[in-house]
Design a protein around this ligand. Sequence first.
Ligand code: ZN
Ligand code: ZN
Length: 370
Amino acid sequence: MIAAGAPGAALPPMDHAGRRDRLRARLEAAGCSVLVVTAPSDVTYLSGFTGSNGTLLVDVDPAADLLVTDARYRERCGTLDVPRVETSRRVEAVVAGLGARPVGVDADHMTLAQAARLTAARPDGPLVHTSGLVAPLRAVKDDAELARLRRAGAITVDAFVAVADTALRPGLRERDVADVFARALQERGADGLAFPTIVASGPNGAAPHHEPSDRPLADGDLVTVDGGAHVDGYRADMTRTFAVGGPRHLDPRLAEVHAVVEAANAAGRAAAAAGVAVADVDRAARTVVVDAGHGDAFVHPTGHGIGLDVHEAPLVTDPSAASLAVGTTFTVEPGIYLPGVGGVRIEDSLVARTGGSTTLTDLPRGPAVR
Ligand code: ZN
Ligand code: ZN
């Protein structure tokens, strides 16, 4: 028997229609009676469609919701819970048929060329520029999404254990570590990498988004591994910074930096709960780094939302007007980067709850390799 939540167990079905209803409830206030959704991951979120060419029209009339794609995807569309699918006409032709109704477009994602084509197709109908209609809905995950994110987190943790057990050895290259991580994810049932894995050793650790190179690991190196699984489109994001050869080989200055980042990660996680402003989460983590004298070396926000995209709303930063809600998934990932020396980042993916948060990527955060 396969335990619930284990790789291979059935994942709960998605309620795309319910998500469209929540968006529909926001259309009137945004000044439109139909919204043209163009961002691929928004289309996936609202319809389940995952092809490369898909535009979704969400209408005040639920029965009129329509996915516009092309004939390559006709078969795939048979399983979608969208009332209507159009595979022979282009979006412009469909929108032209809407007459004088106010049509909303997503100004955060629609290209100027797309907007020009829609305007030309419908010279007498207003094109309403909207912003931020879908992102706040996506920030709060439903149970079906959380099931996927939990599984992605669990597979990621297991892959980190595999890396720590087998790949953090002197002589192996950063590239080798990334390969071991990718294989471990695949063996544990991931659908793929959430994003290209970062492996940054020694001085390379000073670059937050270093790409794995041929540099061989050596005793005394810190090596930052930042990666995650994706499961049915949902992504985990996790970073640990390990000491090759164990903490006893570590330069005391790097050991101190590691301890500061560990404390900042803990402070950020402890501050996070439903109802808390993301700015307060950022401040909780950042204050630890600033107080240790490394404020200038923490060069990015404390975290970001995570889900269908590896970076989505809310950005965990200060200033920001956003707050966490029950079910918001996000990361806490403080880092210190010292050019020419190295760096440390420790990152977890979390779910906000009443009174606290749950970590999806729980694994010891110290420098020891297991
Ligand atoms: Zn991240
Ligand atoms: Zn990351």
